[in-house]
Write a protein that binds this ligand. Structure first.
Ligand code: GDP
Ligand code: MG
Length: 676
């Protein structure tokens, strides 16, 4: 049994999907988070039900990627039941999609979500009345709290067990005005007479053809004569109204019947009672003058918290347990067992030093992620994109780029995928090319390590500056790309601002736990094997003999070959060069490699080893380079997939690395001039 979830963006589909399937798909209080369909399964009375979470859409017209994906799934895969999720606080707009979905003839249930907010506003919804008018079941739910969701699933399963209806017999059950009804029926009859089309949702196609939807016409492959007959119906329809435009007329007909329905089914509390709380908050937060300072202040506060007393204390705790206690214990064990010297190197230097060293950054990563999740879930991130759009539209960039870019603070891979929501191919490619400049979570350990040694007094500020440099670089290179590779006009950007919401602690915990789990798995796999590999390459020579001095090792000779390239940037030592190389696997391995290479065991020894190899200016230049150079392998692969071309992926890697080189060069040479 297959049940699909559809609805407008931000109506709570993914929340419901996660609730039913126990999975942890990304929930964010903004549009455009789910761009692919996701499947999961839920056990219900011993039966396994497949649930499909679809990207949010406003209409079934094939104008955007999400609409096309959803339409294809619904028409071609024909789920047994469709649950259309409406945002109860915005019911008219949500019903616009519902009316079109009903024409598909798939058995359907309407779930009116966010009932907690509806009640809070003082609105009253009569679901029985709405159901009577629409001719489908209407069930009120609060997905976030699991209220009534069991009943919803039960109803959906019961509906799916009913024998399937013949979709070709369904015409929308909602009555439009006479002219529209007549025109849809006329087209429907024309289609009905064609034998090859039986079994298709003809009610849906009739309305779409009337609307002038080209994809629908292509899909049916109509002959010239039929197309001509339909055009005559359309001409008569258009002549019947002063609007004279089929698309507008149909939209108007839909909205009119929705308004009439909602008037009967919903009692709204004091609609003219002034501004809502969300609007009042927005007066300040998106204020023309205050918006940007507030944005920067929030970001700064986030880093102050991450690198402040709490974060440092927790990191220090992990460092003490892993770095001191475990090291001492293992060292003692090895010497009492008279184990050979290299076992100490492998276990203590490589594994505890490399993997454990990266793990000490876990608390800080989690604090940062908690902050980011709160910002997203509360609805602030959507405002951030809105503010950025207002600033940058003037200079020729679209604000739609900012949704992927802000997601890039987490991880580049999903951020690059989020660019799919951009209809304009040029804008999409440009966004993918600049998203890697945003500072992802994996780069944090690099800054945290260097900032804690070279910028002890201003750790938070040093890390904060990386995020700012990343954003500014992204914007400036976006401008550069627009002026060169991607000339053209900027697509207009309409962003819907979701209402502010209190982030739910449960979702927050799940989100952060996912992140922690991902990080621990990465530590146990990639970082672990890279640490061992680094240790081996640093202790073996080309004939695979253990070396006495690691300056004779494979890594040292490779690193020495590369080092001159980085000398102008201030870090021409072989350890830095091979760490950068290792960072291509995952950005955390820049740090784990350094920890292994400097084989320093304790925090103080590492600090003095690094202090011998870097000064504050070259350390800063190194941080900038790690921020900007080509993304890790998994992000690279997703870039290739999204651009559908190796050439573009390689160009992106080359472009980001070149930008990294130039900016680090400027930072180092400039810094030397200023600070001597
Ligand atoms: P999607 O875009 O339809 O997948 O929507 P999401 O599941 O990502 O949810 C969008 C936002 O609505 C998130 O901030 C959710 O926490 C919030 N949300 C979901 N369901 C409810 C609900 O029943 N009540 C309230 N107040 N918020 C909800
Ligand atoms: Mg979603």
């Amino acid at each position: 049994m297959k049940i699909a979830l559809t609805g407008n963006p931000n109506s709570g589909k993914t929340t419901l999907f996660n609730l039913y399937t126990g999975s942890n798909q990304y929930v964010g209080n903004w549009a455009g988070v789910t761009v692919e369909k996701k499947e999961g399964s839920v056990k219900y009375k011993g039966e396994s039900i497949t649930l499909v979470d679809l990207p949010g859409i406003y209409s079934l017209s094939p104008y955007s990627m999400e609409e096309i994906v959803t339409r294809r799934v619904l028409i071609e895969e024909r789920p047994d039941v469709l649950i259309d999720i409406l945002d109860g606080t915005n019911i008219e707009r949500n019903l616009y999609l519902a009316l079109q979905l009903m024409e598909l003839g798939v058995p359907m249930i309407l779930a009116v979500n966010m009932m907690d907010e509806v009640r809070q506003k003082g609105d009253r919804l009569d679901c029985a009345e709405l159901s009577r008018q629409l001719g489908v079941q209407v069930i009120p739910i609060t997905a976030k709290k699991g209220e009534n969701t069991k009943e919803l699933l039960e109803a959906a399963a019961a509906l799916a067990r009913n024998p399937a209806r013949d979709p070709s017999r369904s015409v929308g059950k909602v009555a439009y005005d006479r002219a529209t009804e007549q025109a849809i029926l006329d087209v429907y009859v024309i289609l009905w007479e064609i034998p090859g089309l039986r079994g298709l949702p003809l009610g849906f196609y009739a309305a779409k053809l009337l609307e002038g939807d080209k994809k629908a016409g292509e899909a049916l492959n109509l002959d010239k004569e039929t197309a001509g007959r339909i055009e005559r119906v359309v001409a008569a329809y258009e002549a019947s109204s002063p609007y004279g435009d089929r698309e507008t007329m149909l939209a108007d007909a839909r909205y009119k019947s929705i308004t009439a329905m909602v008037e009967k089914a919903m009692v709204k509390a004091g609609a003219e009672g002034g501004l809502s709380l969300s609007d009042k908050i927005d007066l300040v937060i998106t204020n023309r003058i205050l918006a940007l300072p507030i944005f920067l202040l929030i970001m700064f506060f986030m880093f102050a918290l991450t690198f402040g007393p709490v974060g440092s204390f927790l990191s220090g705790g992990i460092d003490f347990i892993l770095g001191d206690m475990l090291t001492r214990w293992v060292t003692g064990l090895l010497s009492s067992a008279a184990a050979p010297g290299w076992t100490h190197g492998l276990l203590v230097d490589a594994i505890i030093g490399g993997v454990g060293g990266v793990l000490t950054f876990l608390p800080q990563i989690l604090i940062l992620f908690t902050c980011l999740s709160v910002l997203e879930d509360s609805g602030y991130m959507a405002r951030a994109a809105f503010i950025m759009d207002r600033l940058l539209h003037k200079i020729g960039l679209t604000g739609k780029s900012f949704i992927p870019m802000l997601m890039g603070f987490g991880c580049t891979t999903p951020a690059v995928m989020a660019a799919r929501t951009m209809e304009n191919d040029r804008d999409r490619k440009m966004t993918i090319m600049i998203t890697p400049f945003m500072s992802c979570g994996a780069k944090l350990p690099v800054y945290a390590l260097f900032a804690s040694i070279f910028f002890t007094e201003h750790e938070g500020a040093a890390v904060f500056s990386m995020y700012i440099i990343g954003m500014v670089t992204a914007v400036v290179s976006g401008l550069f790309l627009r002026g060169t590779l991607f000339r053209g006009t900027v697509a207009p950007f309409v962003m819907e601002l979701p209402p502010y919401r209190l982030p739910s602690p449960g979702a927050l915990l799940r989100h952060v736990w996912e992140k922690a789990k991902g990080f621990l798995i990465k530590a146990g796999t990639i970082i672990f094997s890279m640490s061992v590999l680094t240790w081996l390459l640093q202790n073996l020579d080309w004939s695979l003999q253990l070396v006495l001095d690691n300056r004779d090792s494979i890594f040292a000779s490779v690193g020495r070959g590369l080092a001159p390239i980085f000398a102008p940037l201030g870090f021409g030592n072989w350890q830095a060069a091979v760490s950068i190389l290792a960072g291509l696997i995952a950005k955390e391995t820049v740090v784990s490699s350094m920890l292994v290479l400097y084989g320093a065991g304790s925090g103080e020894a590492l600090a003095s080893a690094l202090a011998a190899a870097f000064d504050p200016v070259s350390a800063f230049s190194f941080m900038v380079f790690c921020l900007l150079y080509m993304p890790c392998i998994s992000a690279f692969v997703s870039i290739k997939r999204e651009m559908n071309s190796w050439r573009w992926a390689i160009l992106t890697a080359a472009f980001t690395t070149a930008v990294a080189y130039i900016i680090s060069l400027v930072v180092y040479q400039g810094g030397r001039l200023i600070f001597g």
